[in-house]
Ligand binder design. Sequence first.
Ligand SMILES: [Zn+2]
Length: 102
Amino acid sequence: MADHVQRPPRHVPRRTCIGCRQEAGKRELVRIVRTPEQRLAVDPTGRANGRGAYLHATRVCWEKALKGSTISHALKFNPAREDVEALRAFAVALPAEESEDS
Ligand SMILES: [Zn+2]
């Protein structure tokens, strides 16, 4: 497959969005985390303890991730339903798609 992914400079941390499976710089992504208390939470600082995964700050990516077992797979646990609902609520507040000029 001929894709046109730009090779980033090596020193820029890259993470894969678990929604669309595309790589992006950490700053474009929102971290979610499985806390030591086995809760699922949004981690706006990107520094919370626990196993983390990354998502673009766009609703489409969150909806993709929230739809199936993507999050439980990425974080290797089954989050509480209320925590998943909290992420859903968070996603609703996100822009539908990536804006080029943010
Ligand atoms: Zn994405």
